[in-house]
Design a protein around this ligand. Structure first.
Ligand code: FAD
Length: 597
């Protein structure tokens, strides 16, 4: 039994009308990425995911991953077989270069597969997500030998990857990492220390795990400047490529968590004996810079998790709202019992879900398109523009997408009434699973600070202004169409509000940085709402072109959804402006000693 239906038509619409798939193919980097092949692959991925992965989600949540006394971890029943089939079908590699065994499709197409996999079972999806981040790192910064040793196995999904930053004293403050890496004299290092919260750090799905970890070499400067990046395999690889001895690391325990129960979150201890063998990536002390390559890819994936889990929550809520009858809706014959979907407030909740999920999907995919263009556009100026927009939108996707994911999963529970609090419906699992996404991969507070302090300042604010000008252009195009003009007016107003907020933040960043930091979270949310309005504007314009006579119900619903977003969501930007421009003073007005009452 599965309660997930891949929204293939919505995905296809976003890839056809909100991003320029043909333009990506025209760069020459993705010769196979014609629409027929891409959509055929997505249909097939959707079928596989809904038939093989989605049915495991509920029982895997109940069973969870199990830590055994010998340090091994057993995944829930069915996971091993499903992962084997996932690998055999080639899904881990769909957006990786063909020379390494990948499918050669754009990153954004892989993101669409990741969306479906996450909706089907977020726990399961985390393993390939982290492996992909390790693949990217090796492709860009591994030595020839490191790539040859690891990439073919990782890309194929035969081995998996992890990302190890966190230690008990080093969470948001990664510079506090103390794991040690001592040169062994043969070009390798011996690693000692403890890493916590390692997602998929130990499991039984694959024969080997490549841990990508931050550690300090002797005499390194304090803080992030003294951190280096190491590959630390669970099982050492012999010169002939065969698997050798176990490395000196062990999974001490796994965490009992609110959600994602089937994803083992591990405490790993390195070097309890002679020291774990580690291989340096790049040069010493470059670790943070290199780790950001993994983190940026992962942050966009995590933003997509918020949208993907909200999509599943929406599907459950929509089905329930059509079945459940309560009261008599306004306008229904007296004495009849109406499905709750006919009540205005239930419809409001469902439309808030639907419209914001479509907004998020558009923004995530658009950001994925910038990730592709930043690598492969033949024009260096276009590459730079795409890189700047990717940099700006990545923290927006992570913060806005994941906070909204939790909010919409909660709304999904609300639609169910009392049954929303009962596990049997599946609605609470969406909420429990979604709740980690604002926390990991850099908390949302850190994302918001990153946007205001590092990204908004790109080109002295010119990159963000260029993006806002483009969104303003879409608002003007909407204004030229009488039916769409109200959407255009709401978008133009929201853009002006965001620009006012951005000017405040940039000015305060120079004069009184704590005011800018106090504004960071509401400002990032505002940015996400406006970016979502941009996507709805593009959708409405595309529908006008594709279905001018209004005959296609699916397409016309896009215009109705854009109208709702313009009426109910875009005006929230005005409400956020006060919080953005209030400054830090009232945040600190009550002294710490008085906060307890
Ligand atoms: C289920 C799960 C899986 C995880 N998987 C991984 C993984 O695979 N690899 C890995 O390395 N880590 C992983 N993590 C760790 C995760 O990334 C960290 O928990 C997260 O980065 C926050 O660090 P922390 O828990 O130490 O919180 P803290 O850093 O102590 O933060 C506490 C609060 O203070 C705020 N805060 C801290 N510093 C600042 C600041 N400078 N400005 C503003 N606010 C601030 C934070 O936003 C947060 O609200 C995982 C965690 C969990 C729970």
């Amino acid at each position: 039994m599965t309660d997930y239906r891949p929204p293939l038509r919505d995905i296809r619409f976003a890839l056809s009308h909100l991003i320029d798939l043909e333009g990506l193919q025209a760069t020459g980097a993705f010769p196979n990425a014609d629409a027929d092949l891409v959509f055929g692959a997505l249909d097939e991925a959707g079928r596989f995911i809904s038939e093989v992965v989605a049915p495991l989600c509920r029982t895997a949540d109940k069973t969870g991953a199990k830590h055994n006394p010998d340090g091994t971890v057993t995944t829930p029943p069915g996971y091993r077989q499903a992962y084997k089939r996932f690998v055999e079908a080639g899904w881990p590699a769909i957006s990786f270069p063909e020379e390494w065994g990948g499918g050669g499709l754009p990153f954004v197409v892989g993101l669409a597969v990741a969306e479906m996999l996450t909706s089907a079972d977020m726990s399961f999806s985390l393993c390939p997500m982290l492996t992909y981040a390790a693949d990217e790192l090796l492709l860009l910064h591994g030595t020839e030998e490191q790539r040859a040793t690891w990439l073919p196995h990782l890309v194929a999904g035969e081995w998996t990857g992890t990302m190890l930053l966190t230690e008990p004293q080093a969470g948001s403050d990664v510079g506090a990492v103390t794991a040690k890496a001592i040169p062994a004299g043969d070009g390798t290092y011996r690693i000692t220390g403890t890493k916590i919260f390692v997602t998929w750090g130990e499991h039984d799905l694959a024969d080997n795990i490549l841990h990508v970890a931050l550690a300090r070499t002797p005499g390194s400067p304090p803080g992030t400047k003294g951190i280096s990046l190491f590959l630390i395999p669970k099982v050492l690889v012999n010169d002939d490529g065969s698997l050798g001895a176990r490395n000196d690391l062990v999974c001490v325990s796994i965490e009992e968590k609110v959600g994602i129960h089937a994803s083992p979150t591990c405490v790993l201890s390195f070097g309890e004996n002679e020291g774990a063998v580690g291989y340096l990536v790049g040069e010493e002390h470059q670790g943070m810079r290199l780790m950001f390559i993994m983190m940026n890819a992962a942050r966009l994936h995590v933003g997509t998790q918020g949208m993907a889990v909200a999509e599943k929550a929406y599907q459950l809520a929509l089905a329930y709202a059509q079945e459940r009858k309560q009261g008599t809706a306004f306008g229904a014959p007296r004495g009849t019992s109406s499905p709750i979907i006919d009540h205005a407030d239930v419809r409001r909740m469902l439309m808030l879900m639907r419209s914001q999920i479509e907004a998020m999907r558009g923004v995530m995919y658009k950001t994925g398109e910038y990730a592709d263009l930043a690598h492969c556009h033949p024009d260096p100026a276009k590459r730079q523009e795409a890189a700047d927009r990717l940099a700006i939108l990545t923290p927006v996707c992570k913060q806005w997408g994941t906070d909204l994911g939790v909010e919409l999963a909660s709304l999904g529970m609300q639609v169910h009434g009392g049954m929303g609090y009962i596990e049997e419906t599946g609605a609470p699992q969406c909420w429990r699973d979604a709740r980690i996404a604002p926390i990991y991969e850099g908390t949302n507070g850190i994302q918001a600070a990153d946007l205001v302090a590092r990204k908004l300042t790109i080109g002295g604010g010119a990159a963000a202004l260029g993006l806002l000008a483009e969104i303003g252009g879409v608002a003007a195009d909407l204004g030229a169409d009488a039916d769409l003009a109200p959407i255009g007016a709401a978008l133009a107003k929201a853009v002006a509000t965001l620009q006012e907020a951005g000017t405040f933040v940039l000015t305060r960043l120079m004069e009184s940085p704590n005011d800018a930091l106090a504004a960071a979270t509401p400002f990032t949310e505002m940015f996400g709402i406006v970016a979502g309005g941009w996507m709805h504007g593009l959708s409405a314009l595309a529908v006008r072109r594709a279905d001018p006579e209004g005959k296609d119900a699916f397409l016309q619903a896009k215009i109705g959804t854009a109208r709702f977003y313009a009426d109910q969501v875009l005006p929230m930007t005005a409400g956020l402006l006060g919080a953005v421009t209030a400054g830090a003073e009232s945040l600190f007005a009550v002294p710490v000693e008085s906060l307890g009452g």
